[in-house]
Ligand binder design. Structure first.
Ligand code: GLU
Length: 289
């Protein structure tokens, strides 16, 4: 049997709820069905929003519903140097540029010049340009904070000369109906690859770690379906192996609304304190076994 490695990669910014349980169980059960491996990865590059106590609670909650995972667990906050090296490769290839703008300045710029944005999966996505080198040098010398943006058109060009047309493989959530999809990373505009505050981004850290950890199947919510387009480009640029993607539907409440972190009643803690047993949670999420 070919190797099958999948993962659940939460960001511990709050207590986990039914949506997290569903996502984790989906990946866990897929690994079990395939006789493969299941990893838990803590995506905590956002040091202001992620907290150790949420990580502890998350692990307790996942164990309570019957999951186990390989140890040690990779915690992204311990590996900033890895993401820095990956960023350096992109800098050397000339596919990223410094962006000194604040979020507000980007929004104002898009309002002034709408052609500088595309309608992306996360709202308007900016397409910028490197600054004039002298101006840039001056700002760097002054210590002005900056993010690194991917020059998406240049990046695609360089990636495609190396690997040919950019495509990724997607399967239905049960592993059937495999398709090759043309990647359209342009939907993210010139995405931020290294944030001002973190020196990396979800996209860079996640793609790097999936390859490092030998993840063969990325199984996550359909809210992240679009991310595969950008991740495929980053994999090609960095020479990383590309996993197969599967996307699961999102758990909704009784009114059909997506569960949000603020729905306190749906946290695994609240359900447990209210007397629910792990089997009740699994049944409610459609995992009868
Ligand atoms: N850490 C991301 C999140 O919490 C998920 C990353 C992934 O599965 O690729 O939304």
């Amino acid at each position: 049997m070919t190797a099958f490695v999948t993962r659940f990669a939460p960001s511990p910014t709050g207590l986990s709820h039914l949506g997290h349980a569903f996502s984790a169980l989906t990946a866990f059960e897929a690994a079990k069905d395939a006789g493969g491996r299941f990893l838990l990865r803590i995506e905590d590059i956002d040091l202001t929003r992620c907290r150790p106590e949420f990580e502890t609670a998350l692990m307790e909650d996942l164990a309570w519903i019957g999951l186990d995972w390989e140890k040690p667990v990779r915690r992204q906050s311990a590996h900033f140097a890895d993401y820095d090296r990956a960023l350096s490769k992109l800098i050397d290839k000339g596919v990223v540029y410094r962006c000194f703008r604040t979020r507000k300045e980007v929004i104002d710029e898009i309002a002034r010049a709408p052609h500088l944005a595309v309608d992306g999966p996360e709202g308007p996505a900016f397409i910028g340009a490197p600054l004039d080198p002298l101006e840039e040098e001056e700002l760097v010398a002054q210590g002005a904070p900056f993010a690194w943006r991917l020059s998406v058109s240049r990046a695609r060009e360089i990636a495609e000369t190396r690997t040919g047309a950019l495509q990724f493989t997607e399967q239905d959530i049960d592993g059937g109906n495999e398709k090759r999809i043309d990647a359209a990373p342009e939907i993210f505009g010139d995405a931020i690859i290294a944030r001002k505050d973190a020196g990396t981004s979800y996209h860079l850290a996640s793609v790097f770690d999936d390859a490092l950890q030998g993840v063969t199947h990325v199984i996550r919510g359909e809210d992240l379906r679009a991310a595969a387009h950008l991740h495929t480009l980053l994999q090609a640029l960095l020479g990383l192996a590309a996993p197969v993607y599967r996307h699961h539907a999102l758990i909704r409440d009784e009114t059909g609304k997506r569960l949000a972190k603020r729905d306190k009643s749906a946290t695994l803690r609240a359900l447990r304190q209210g007397g629910a047993a792990p089997a009740d949670i699994r049944r409610r999420l459609g995992f009868a076994r």
